[in-house]
Ligand binder design. Structure first.
Ligand SMILES: [Zn+2]
Length: 301
């Protein structure tokens, strides 16, 4: 794939392509029961400055088109989250299935991603921070967002929509009432606009999965509000037994050439969940030892 610029050394890429992917292939039976849920953001050149490839979230339109055509050529078909949950629960063979998700609701989903998805016969779920979607195109912090009119049009063409909160808040800094508002009002607003129940949620920012009290608390609210499933930034493929509101995903960006994309789809990237989890766990405990209360919900329970 035509990737521009100098590619910085990537331990995650080397370990994935040359060690973990070959190992994952040796235990290929797991392919049938694990589903790669790909996490895209903006389909554009990098909006957020020069970051290490691991941290970038944008996928250029040309690389995105190549990735989709490769998926199609390789025989992948897309399913949506409810179908995936159903299939995971019933033990159905899920080989060569993939779920495509797009966080934040950038307008380039309409202009650059959707035409390619349509050509390939693929579907996707877009997670909206409802306050950033307006009746006229809004440019917030340098990025353009979908309009409600575009959301309705995309929905009529088979695209699913989920909640990504109201304000794209960092939930760790919110109190219980604010969390209720972020989860409840975004759901309500999107439902009013597209006329169907919103059942999927995408956690904004990094999921504090090491804080079990917090994730359990959040899962209870999601359940009570009528959500049925959700995705997170935890790395990995979705599998039976995962917490249904914080399913792991595979982050994708412009640096995912065919070799790395294929390795991710086939389980070669799942190992990164452990260093990711350990980093969060260590960070969480250092914060606790430093006596910093960064969890208002925890402190009120
Ligand atoms: Zn987001």
């Amino acid at each position: 794939m035509p990737l521009r610029g100098f590619q910085m050394p990537r331990i995650d890429r080397l370990a994935t392509v040359y060690v973990c992917h070959p190992l994952a292939r040796l235990t290929g039976w797991t392919w049938r029961y694990c589903v790669p849920v790909l996490a895209y953001h903006s389909i554009s050149e990098n909006l957020f400055g020069k970051l290490h490839p691991y941290h970038q979230i944008n996928t250029s339109a040309s690389v995105f088109a190549l990735q989709m055509r490769w998926l199609r050529h390789a025989g992948y078909r897309t399913i949506d989250l409810p179908e995936m949950m159903n299939a995971l629960a019933t033990g159905r063979d899920l080989s060569k299935t993939v779920v495509l998700t797009f966080d934040d609701g950038y307008q380039d989903f309409y202009t650059d991603a959707f035409p390619v998805l349509k050509q390939c016969g693929f579907t996707a779920t877009v997670f909206l921070a409802s306050d950033r979607i307006r009746n006229t195109a809004a440019c917030i912090e340098g990025a353009d967002y979908l309009t409600w009119c575009e959301v309705r049009e995309l929905h009529s063409q088979g695209i699913s929509f989920g909640s990504h909160s109201v304000t794209h808040a960092d939930f760790r800094s919110l109190g219980p009432e604010e969390i209720d508002y972020e989860l409840g009002y975004s759901k309500e607003t999107i439902e009013q606009e597209i006329g169907v129940p919103v059942e999927s949620f995408s956690y904004p920012f990094a999921l504090p999965e090491e804080d079990r009290d917090f994730t359990r608390y959040l899962a209870d609210i999601l359940e009570n509000l009528g959500y049925k499933n959700g995705v997170s930034s935890a790395i990995g493929r979705a599998k039976p037994g995962d917490t249904r509101f914080f399913l792991p995903r595979l982050p994708i960006n412009s640096w995912d050439d065919v070799e790395l994309l294929r390795a991710k789809l086939e389980g070669g990237y799942d190992w990164l969940h452990w260093p990711q989890w350990f980093y969060k766990f260590a960070h969480h405990n250092v914060s606790l030892m430093a006596g910093r209360s960064h969890d208002q919900v925890g402190s009120t329970k």
